[in-house]
Design a protein around this ligand. Structure first.
Ligand code: FE2
Length: 323
């Protein structure tokens, strides 16, 4: 029983193939990010021009023919509407043409579940950090509870935005991380409210400091402050939830420094800490296929009319009936 999953919520068009939890393929085609950031219509155009080739590549990597695929999943949301639409249409076309069941998947849920699976964790409290999202998620029976989240922008968008203002190439958080290696700490605004946090004040201050201060110092201070805020909120949530496992997932989970800080915090409470390989933290189709397979195994069924997109699909609305 093999399942094909399509991810298209942002800059990546990803197609993964999973069979009983084993990833057979994880093909991707990524829209090149420029200093202008992401224009949804342009990214959707990229996805339209690449979807057939990416599906073919995933099938070829898996060694399976489309006739050997039993089910298809796609990202229902959250994400950019025009981009989500391309993945939804591709999945619906496959489902109708090949007469296979179709499963709409929540993007955040897919990041969390593939991380739990790959890091061999049972039920970790999870920090989900990406461009558009930053949330502390507590997985529970049949669903997820959001304990804390950003009050304005995602930490990934904040880092990307700063990288663009600083003229870094590529304009991503990884460039900020590189610049941060040589810096010393400067005082920055720090906003944690209970288990929630906010990043725009920090971004504005860091951007203003770019002129008078060294770029390495500002990058270092921005990154340390943002990650310390996430760690503080996460530590509070960990103690409240009494979970014995902690995970981090999403695009920003590729940051070695964030993982190091979370690992130190987890160790201080004798809590097991885990994360997935980078190919599952950046957007990918395998995680969508994985959750579609979980839904299929749990006996879920969706009519085509239920296979919509939802740009603001929250993880606390997910019916996780396999849990
Ligand atoms: Fe993502």
């Amino acid at each position: 029983m093999a399942t094909l999953g399509i991810e298209s919520s942002a800059h990546t068009f990803g197609v993964g193939i999973v069979e009983r939890g084993k990833v057979l393929a994880n093909a991707k085609s990524m829209y090149p990010i420029t200093d202008k950031g992401m224009i949804p219509a342009k990214v959707a155009e990229h996805h339209m021009s690449t979807f057939a080739e990416t599906i073919e590549r995933a099938l070829s990597d898996s060694g399976l023919a489309i006739s050997e695929i039993d089910a298809v999943g796609y990202t229902r949301g959250p994400g950019l509407g025009p981009c989500l639409r391309v993945g939804q249409l591709a999945a619906r076309a496959i489902s109708v043409k090949h007469g296979m069941p179709i499963f709409p998947v929540n993007h955040a849920c897919a990041h969390i579940e593939i991380t739990r699976h790959m890091a061999r964790l049972k039920n970790p409290i999870t920090l989900y950090v990406s461009g558009g999202n930053s949330q502390i998620v507590l997985p529970e029976a049949n669903g997820y509870h959001v304990l804390g989240e950003t009050l304005d922008i995602g930490v990934g968008n904040m880092l990307d935005n700063f990288a663009r203002s600083a003229g870094m190439v590529p304009a991503w958080g990884s460039s900020v991380a590189k610049a941060a290696l040589s810096g010393k700490y400067l005082q920055m605004p720090y906003t944690v409210k209970g288990m929630d946090f906010a990043f725009t004040g920090l971004l504005t201050s860091a951007t203003k400091m770019l002129g008078p201060s060294k770029i390495g110092d500002v990058s270092h201070s921005l990154q340390e402050t943002a990650f310390a805020m996430l760690c503080e909120a996460m530590e509070r949530a960990l103690l409240l939830s009494k979970r014995r496992e902690l995970a981090v997932c999403g695009g920003v989970a590729q940051s070695k420094r964030l993982r190091e800080m979370l690992s130190i915090m987890s160790r201080s409470h004798s809590v097991k800490f885990g994360f997935a390989e980078d190919q599952y933290n950046s957007d990918n189709g395998a995680m969508i296929a994985y959750v579609a397979e979980l839904l299929h195994s749990a006996g879920a069924e969706f009519g085509l009319e239920e296979c919509t997109i939802d740009q603001k699909y929250r993880i606390d609305e997910v019916d996780a009936r396999w849990r």
